[in-house]
Ligand binder design. Structure first.
Ligand code: NAP
Length: 285
């Protein structure tokens, strides 16, 4: 029986990246649907749960993606609300690679040293990757702040994560190099999750920061998020700090994303969200 992955996307086009990884993760056929919301997804979910007999339901799965974390979360919850005993399929949430990218970055940081009790700053942490990474850092025992160019946006992201994961994050407004330098004063860990091609710090802004122990940067599109690093850095030492570049931990991100897709088809009851994905990332790291 063919393994069918239904890609439910909140954007106007289903993500090509997610489609490619879905095939690489073992799906035989990937069917993308765009512009999905909690109110228009019901019949699609019913199509996945009513069509195959119990023993074969594991060959149908749902992947929720898109660039809006809150919209993805709402769609993911709505999808599961239409399941009932014996009528469900495995599901995964990874809006903009949020869970898999965040999990890979934080798992690699954790593999370089304990995060517990450390002060961590997620620069430009209001996007899907930053929000989920902040949660994972907090779950490892770090004291986490996220920055945004707009205080309200940072506060909103913190509230969104508090609601979903019950973690306390601190919102910081930082809309310039100077304000980001202030934000990282006394920090032990920086995780940069800014939009592609946006430089958040230059080399001179962090090289002499005496409290800083580790840096990870998710942005692989030049200019990198953190100047003076290399996207290929794999836990190397620069100026006494351990550096993970976007491709340096991106290898784990891709392997993790593929592994999650493969696991979706093992049975029909799996829910791959931050918790399970981060657990798997730590095992794989
Ligand atoms: P995103 O939503 O596109 O952007 C994250 C945040 O960047 C935004 O919320 C915004 O924050 C800030 N930003 C945008 N333009 C800016 C500017 N000109 N100056 C300063 N800040 C700006 O990002 P994402 O989808 O979460 O992804 C985060 C990063 O991970 C991206 O660089 C993406 O390419 C990368 N990525 C890496 C991997 C990997 O394996 N390494 C995988 C997936 C994604 P405010 O508006 O709140 O300031």
């Amino acid at each position: 029986m063919k393994k069918l992955l239904f890609q439910f996307d909140t954007d106007t086009h289903p993500s090509v990246f997610d489609t490619v990884v879905a095939y690489d993760g073992g799906a035989d056929h990937v069917i993308g649907h765009a512009n999905l919301t909690p109110t228009n997804v019901r019949s699609l979910v019913e199509g996945t749960i009513f069509t195959r007999p119990p023993k074969s339901k594991k060959n149908t799965a749902i992947f929720v993606g898109g660039s809006d974390m809150e919209a993805g979360q709402a769609l993911f919850e709505a999808v599961q609300s239409y399941f009932f005993p014996s009528f469900q399929v495995s599901v995964m949430l990874d809006s903009n690679g949020s869970n898999t990218t965040a999990a890979a970055a934080v798992a690699k940081l954790a593999s370089s040293g304990s995060l517990s009790g450390k002060k961590a700053v997620v620069l430009a942490g209001t996007g899907p990757v930053g929000q989920r990474a902040a949660v994972m850092l907090a779950q490892e025992g770090a004291e986490v702040s996220i920055t945004s160019r707009h205080l309200d946006k940072a506060k909103h992201a913190c509230a969104n994560m508090k609601k979903r994961f019950n973690v306390d994050l601190t919102a910081i407004e930082a809309n310039s190099f100077d304000s980001r330098v202030t934000a990282i004063k006394g920090a032990n860990i920086i995780l940069a999750t800014g939009a592609a091609g946006v430089e958040l710090l230059k080399a001179e802004h962090w090289e002499n920061n005496s409290t800083l122990e580790m840096i990870a940067d998710a942005n692989a599109t030049p200019p990198l998020g953190i100047g003076g690093t290399d996207m290929m850095d794999k836990g190397i030492d620069r100026h006494g700090k351990i550096i993970w570049g976007a491709i340096g931990f991106g290898t784990l991100k891709l392997a993790l994303h593929r592994a999650c897709i493969e696991k979706l088809f093992e049975n029909n009851k799996q829910v791959f969200d931050a918790e399970l994905i981060f657990k798997l990332a730590k095992e794989m790291a």
